[in-house]
Design a protein around this ligand. Sequence first.
Ligand SMILES: NC(=O)c1ccc[n+]([C@@H]2O[C@H](COP(=O)([O-])OP(=O)(O)OC[C@H]3O[C@@H](n4cnc5c(N)ncnc54)[C@H](O)[C@@H]3O)[C@@H](O)[C@H]2O)c1
Ligand SMILES: O=c1ccn([C@@H]2O[C@H](COP(=O)(O)OP(=O)(O)O[C@H]3OC[C@@H](O)[C@H](O)[C@H]3O)[C@@H](O)[C@H]2O)c(=O)[nH]1
Length: 305
Amino acid sequence: MRILVTGGAGFIGSHLVDKLMENEKNEVIVADNYFTGSKDNLKKWIGHPRFELIRHDVTEPLLIEVDQIYHLACPASPIFYKYNPVKTIKTNVIGTLNMLGLAKRVGARILLTSTSEVYGDPLVHPQPESYWGNVNPIGVRSCYDEGKRVAETLMFDYHRQHGIEIRIARIFNTYGPRMNIDDGRVVSNFIAQALRGEPLTVQKPGTQTRSFCYVSDMVDGLIRLMEGENTGPINIGNPGEFTMIELAENVKELINPNVEIKMVENTPDDPRQRKPDITKAKELLGWEPKVKLRDGLPLMEGTSD
Ligand SMILES: NC(=O)c1ccc[n+]([C@@H]2O[C@H](COP(=O)([O-])OP(=O)(O)OC[C@H]3O[C@@H](n4cnc5c(N)ncnc54)[C@H](O)[C@@H]3O)[C@@H](O)[C@H]2O)c1
Ligand SMILES: O=c1ccn([C@@H]2O[C@H](COP(=O)(O)OP(=O)(O)O[C@H]3OC[C@@H](O)[C@H](O)[C@H]3O)[C@@H](O)[C@H]2O)c(=O)[nH]1
């Protein structure tokens, strides 16, 4: 099996590559432009006969022969996806179009890593896949959440019109080693702050919730989805729900009991609640997360592997 992983030099992508490389029948090709990813995340595979790394931007077409495509390429941290919003939406729309074109040409199965952000600031809680979402089409997050919504549309149009085999994962907040320490996402921020002895910056009001999935559980879910028979979209995430104040208190207790918790200003359109309904993942993929937040957080500390 020859497998392309776009965005494979990033956080989730590099853990996915590690898992795929464990199977000696797999050849893995990573295409990444290193915007938020790094070769360092893949250093143990560079030079391996079943592994190839290509510097490539998915907004340009890619002509290679593969059997499966895991399409992850896209900045995921709000700081990075808002940095160049036009590029983010091009990556989501033109990038997905290019990867679907590749899938069509070579007859490959393609999996898109969509996001819980397609539900916007959800009015239904927890979120089942049947919920259409509450999304601002003109806000500062739209390049990402509307971009992913168009990417999902493209996936289904190629499926219906050209018979492409598609899989869509709606990923909820994921954390683990190799998150870029300056990535800006809440778990890596709090861990970095706790290790440096700086105050943990809880953005107001602090009662907003998220559900955090450890990366090994995520990778397991993505592979099950790719190998199974269902197109999705399927939510993959950990239903344990925490307010940002609770998350800060957990990090404080587990990593550095001496740090302060400080309330700071928030950014526009921050979703107020988020928790996956994972009934479909359980029934259709036989998947559910194994790692609890309090067990996963200490695994982040000071590690790069
Ligand atoms: N981590 C999460 O909590 C989360 C949640 C929902 C969805 N996702 C999705 O999962 C995927 C991976 O997220 P991550 O957390 O590993 O993020 P990440 O930023 O660590 O990884 C993204 C990778 O894509 C690469 N990339 C970005 N733009 C590209 C382009 N135009 N061409 C080629 N490569 C490009 C980056 O260099 C990086 O290696 C993304 O599609 C993201 O939207 C992640
Ligand atoms: O230092 C911080 C950073 C963030 N936060 C809060 O923590 C919550 C989570 O923020 P993050 O930036 O980690 O991530 P978000 O949940 O907003 O977006 C994420 O959603 C799922 C994926 O698609 C992406 O990885 C990302 O867009 C927000 O409510 C934010 O206000 C803090 O309280 N302090």
